[in-house]
Design a protein around this ligand. Structure first.
Ligand code: SF4
Length: 303
């Protein structure tokens, strides 16, 4: 192949890559915008504290929110906040350097929760629950001090699904991770604008944008094995049955309390047959219609 042809091919390949990257950026903007709209996450005059851990998801969240803010018909402010927990080897200069270049307001909160956790939790025991409790309290205080009325977290669709399965398999609850909810101290609105975004998209976006990722295992804590199992299960499902994970995610927004068993959500004890036909009523021995051919053919063995 001639040199000119090679150059021509490279140029075409580069064009293709640029096109794909552009599509990815557009998709992320669309999905984040859609989640914000669906759940009324951000309103005019809000001050949003974007929690930045140094991981791919929070970088992507900040980046996309900044793009959407430029286009939004409303005005809202963004403050990026990182909690430096003084974990060994944490590169303290990475985030200030990155955020200064972006030119947005930011705050680094220095709190040595690492030493507290190490002091209070015996060697070999899981540190995550105390660590996250401490972190949560600090972030609520910082939000107050910065005058932020919204706290934005970088959790994405797959985090939500993993939490859903963890709660179901190990906690006996049908409960995921909310896209928007008041915090447990009742004072803050926590939002997850990336709720509709797939993890593989944030991973690719992080590569494209070359975010300066900070490793997430500096604390030395064991990886959550149950979450890892769920992740693998979802990956297997998706490989064997493309679209299944998206179907499960859609199910989280299409809940039918009368066809579940939670008596606090549906008044089973008081219902009466009133003679009025209702397509959502029980269809006795008929099988429930499925919305896709794929779900029609699922057998238990294939699960
Ligand atoms: S993995 Fe480490 S930093 Fe994260 S919550 Fe657990 S102890 Fe804390």
């Amino acid at each position: 192949m001639s040199e000119a042809a090679t150059e021509e091919l490279s140029a075409r390949q580069l064009d293709k890559i640029a096109h794909e990257n552009n599509k990815l950026h557009k998709r992320l903007c669309r999905l984040v915008g859609q989640a914000i709209g669906d759940f009324n996450m951000i309103e005019d005059g809000d001050k949003v504290m974007v929690c930045l851990s140094g991981g791919k998801d929070s970088y992507a969240l900040l980046d996309i929110l900044m793009t959407l803010r430029e286009r939004a018909p409303i005005h809202f402010d963004i403050v990026a906040v990182n909690l430096d927990q003084k974990q060994p080897g944490f590169p303290a200069d990475v985030l200030p350097g990155y955020l200064s270049k972006l030119g947005i307001p930011f705050h680094i909160e220095n709190q040595d929760t690492y030493s507290i956790v190490k002091r209070l939790i015996p060697e070999g025991k899981t540190t995550c629950s105390l660590c996250s409790r401490l972190r949560r309290g600090i972030l609520y205080r910082v939000a107050d001090e910065l005058g932020c009325n919204k706290i934005a977290l970088g959790h994405h669709r797959d985090d939500i699904l993993e939490t859903f399965f963890l709660n179901m398999f190990f906690g006996g609850k049908l409960k995921g991770m909310p896209a928007k909810l008041v915090s447990d101290d009742g004072k803050h609105m926590v939002i997850r604008p990336m709720a509709y975004v797939k993890e593989e998209d944030t991973a690719r976006y992080a590569e494209v944008k070359q975010f300066p990722i900070i490793p997430c295992d500096l604390c030395g804590s064991q990886e959550n094995l149950q979450r890892k199992q769920i992740k693998n299960l979802m990956r297997e499902w998706e490989k064997k049955h493309p679209g299944r994970v998206e179907n499960i995610f859609s199910a989280l927004s299409t809940v039918v309390p009368s066809h579940l068993m939670d008596r606090s959500l549906f008044g089973f004890t008081d219902i009466k047959a009133d003679g009025v036909a209702n397509p959502n009523g029980d269809i006795a021995f008929d099988e429930e219609p499925c919305s896709t051919p794929e779900t029609n053919t699922i057998s238990l063995q294939r699960l």
